[in-house]
Design a protein around this ligand. Structure first.
Ligand code: FES
Length: 75
């Protein structure tokens, strides 16, 4: 399902690039965000590795993050 870019608000999305998240979709998620023009910051391990990949939107952790999940947040 395509994600419309106007479902995101301005601001950076932090995507964990700790070892677990990076290997479980964090790198791909960051690439998708950047490809759609979103500001994406690499953040270190958030100690939520069991819920990888982890993103942060406005300081709030998004567990098992995906484009679909991020579209429903206040990015
Ligand atoms: S590697 Fe992402 S929360 Fe630990």
């Amino acid at each position: 399902m395509p994600v419309r870019s106007d479902t995101f608000r301005e601001g950076a999305v932090g995507v964990c690039h700790g070892p677990r998240c990076r290997d479980y979709g964090g790198s791909a998620l960051a690439g998708l965000l950047q490809a759609q023009g979103f500001l994406c910051e690499r953040i270190p391990c958030q100690s939520l590795c069991s819920y990888s990949p982890v993103a942060r939107v406005n300081g709030i952790a998004v567990l098992r993050a995906s484009m679909q999940k991020l579209a429903g947040t206040s990015v």
